[in-house]
Ligand binder design. Structure first.
Ligand code: B1M
Length: 222
């Protein structure tokens, strides 16, 4: 079983999506993250274990990218392999209650195209009974402001993966707080900390989806 999980992790790192994709050439005709995830779930491997293996694979490809051993195309293939896994994991995260506890307006901030983490956050939050309005990636402040205007009492979640887009996140937080001071904002993403989050004016920060759920549930209980 652990061999299967290790193979999924390797598929993420190497960007192997499924058996028919020719990339990477040395894994040609071998099963990819798609088939292996299906098989692992059928054999009773928990979705959290699969997710952890994927994150480890992402971590390794990220480190190799930092060392200039791989480049953007390899990152893109890793992202594709991860998306193939998420299709299978989504139903497990989405098993939630029926009546929504509240609404979260979620998006990756302007200039930032990373959405794997944001999509995971969405799945876990939806699975915990919140309705999520997902604005996607590269979301400008104006789009957040317009959506908040049309969604009274919503909470806002912002994601950023780049050090450079933290500036845009900060700008978005400030613009939201200027127009809608009562709107609660939670931010997340690898380059952030609670300190940077509070400094930009957000109400909270979480380094994982579960922390975001805890924050939202505290708001809905208040
Ligand atoms: Co890029 N990338 N990337 N990338 N990429 C990183 C982030 C990087 C750390 C790689 C590295 O150098 N080691 C680096 C950023 C360095 C920095 O600024 N600190 C980097 C870079 C530099 C870039 C480009 C600039 C490369 C270039 O073009 N030269 C470029 C920027 C494009 C842009 O956005 N404008 C770029 C592009 C890409 C791809 C498009 C190829 C692809 C993304 C595809 C996609 O998302 N659809 C990509 C990928 C795949 C990565 C890595 C390898 C993996 C990211 C990921 O999906 N992780 C990444 C290296 C790494 O992270 N190890 C890297 C898995 C995911 C589950 O984790 O996203 O952290 P994460 O989400 C977590 C938490 O952060 C948290 O919960 C999630 C689930 O646990 N979280 C929240 C996230 N949002 C939250 C919100 C919350 C709460 C928690 O509340 C609202």
């Amino acid at each position: 079983m652990s061999e299967l999980v290790d193979r999924i992790s390797l598929c993420i790192e190497r960007g192997k999506v499924n058996k028919v994709t020719p990339y990477p050439p040395d894994l040609r005709n071998q099963e990819g993250s798609d088939e292996l995830t299906k098989q692992a779930l059928a054999e009773g491997v928990g979705p959290e274990i699969i997710l952890k293996a994927c994150n480890d694979g992402m971590q390794r490809i990220g480190e190799r990218f930092s060392k200039n051993e791989v480049f953007v195309p390899e990152l893109l293939m890793a992202a594709k392999a991860m998306q193939a896994v998420m299709v299978h994991l989504e139903p497990f995260f989405k098993k939630g209650s029926i009546k929504a506890k509240g609404k979260l307006v979620l998006g990756t901030v302007a200039g930032d195209l990373h959405d794997i983490g944001k999509n995971l956050v969405r799945m876990v939050i939806e699975g915990n009974g919140w309705e999520v309005i997902d604005l996607g990636v590269d979301v400008k402040s104006a789009k957040f402001l317009e959506t908040i205007k049309n969604t009274p009492d919503c909470v806002v979640g912002l994601s950023a993966l780049l050090t450079t887009t933290m500036v845009n996140m900060s700008k978005t937080v400030q613009e939201i707080k200027a127009q809608f001071p009562a709107t609660k904002i939670i931010v997340g993403g690898a380059p952030l900390t609670m300190e940077t989050a509070l400094k930009m004016g957000a109400d909270s920060y979480s380094h994982d989806p579960q922390g975001a759920v805890a924050f939202l549930d505290k708001i809905s209980a208040a």
